[in-house]
Design a protein around this ligand. Sequence first.
Ligand SMILES: [Zn+2]
Length: 288
Amino acid sequence: MVEANVFTGYSVGGANSVVVSHLQFADDTLLIGNKSWANVRALRAGLVLFEAMSGLKVNFHKSSLVGVNINASWLSEAASVLGCKVGKIPFLYLGLPIRGNPRRLLFWEPIVNCIKSRLSGWHSRYLSFGGRLILLKSVLTALPVYALSFFKAPSETDRWIWLPDQISGYTVRGVYDLLTSQEQPHVHQNMELIWHNQVPLKVSILAWRLLRDRLPTKSNLVERGIISVENRFCVTGCGQVEDVNHLFLSCPIFGALWPLVRAWLGVEGVDSHTISDHCVQFIEYAGL
Ligand SMILES: [Zn+2]
């Protein structure tokens, strides 16, 4: 229709202008053209023709005609010819606001709400730590990357500053350089094995939280005010405070498991006093 000059698309750009007449993705179609009765008639004819040829139905009642700097009476007349309603800008196309001002915070509201609704649904409440991590990753990699690739967020939402490089900001290359240039004295190189792809994710996460003392031990729960200080003692009744070292290493009841594990593996060794030494010791037993 554009080639036959029946429908006139909208020219974008100056000298090397490009004419845009339509954007189509799945069942969401955006038709763009200059304001003219010829265009309105061509649209109507094109859509009716499409229905007849394809056997598909155009949802005129779900469609809207949106004007940019076009008076309301012309627009409503054109909409009635097309059998659709008059829409307003900004409107959503593929979940993104069109012709809103990306410099205003309000523009980002649908995107923020979409992330919120996906993360706060009933399902996320019952997910494990690992499950929540995966959900967060999937939501964050799907929607905002898509939205951010279209629009530049305003400074108010742009307040995350990548501290290691405040000028160029976050780049994958920068992170790689940072990680390879720094020594990590506290984490043994073998610790990377906790993320080995043969280790189930929930085990990796448990080990990761264990090494950083982020498990909900009674001592950590007291510190965060979740349980009272009188309840900080080990569940076995051994009389000691249940912190990560006690629970996994020094408790006479639970700690007694390690010699049994060693006997089962057929290796000899002594008990470590810190969780990280303990992990290194067992990784080495495994001959990795
Ligand atoms: Zn104990």
